[in-house]
Design a protein around this ligand. Sequence first.
Ligand code: AMP
Ligand code: MG
Length: 248
Amino acid sequence: MLTTIYQKQDLKKSKVKKHIETVFQQGGLVVFPTETVYGIGADATNKKAVEKIFEAKGRPSDNPLIVHLSHRNDLVLYVKNIPDIAYTLIDQFWPGPLTLIFEKNDTIPYEVTGGLDTVAVRIPDHGVALDVIHISKRPICAPSANVSGKPSSTLFEHVVQDFEGKVDIIINGGKTKIGLESTVLDISLPIPTILRPGAITQKMIELALNTGIIDGSEVDVTHIPKSPGMKYTHYKPKGNLYLVDGKM
Ligand code: AMP
Ligand code: MG
């Protein structure tokens, strides 16, 4: 497959916008930067497109994807039952690295959610990501642009190495700001529960909600994981780690 590479300033050109929109419309893949890591994006309403993400990453199909939106008003199009606390969290943390879990509606296929009736949603805090999602006119599922089990990519050069020839478009947005994945918070449960720790901490969420929440990421993952992704490693660098114990 021929991969087209664009620079972030190319997004201003109408020809480039049209190309991006057409690729998503036809079920293709676009790699773009977010504030956390680079994402590999597809139309979240198109099963075939979603399957291509799993193929390109070598990701197990029961590890669900996060749906990215460019505007909070779009949330109602894809989820059922938005609890009041969602709006408190959205006011405070969106756009940003907080992913919220809601009950999904029928627009989102089970291929996105790994067979679950819930869906993970966030709005990224990055101009390029927001432009790409807006241009697509669709909800975009965009897991980290790395081969499954490897560290998530924060550099354009790394995503080119891993995905040139496997995706339709790669957009160069330089180095990503945070380099750590989004916090995943399940607000479909009676007590909000962190399923994956990330850039937004438990303290920050508790302060915003003015109440305690549960850190579910500390449960024993050898039993049933609360979040399907918890049974997979997320940060697994290739290098060896040495601990040196000696006098200072
Ligand atoms: P990423 O690898 O950045 O795409 O993040 C996806 C992660 O979000 C998954 O591995 C899960 O841990 C979590 N996740 C996504 N959707 C759901 C869901 N419906 N329920 C629980 N956790 C989810
Ligand atoms: Mg990942």
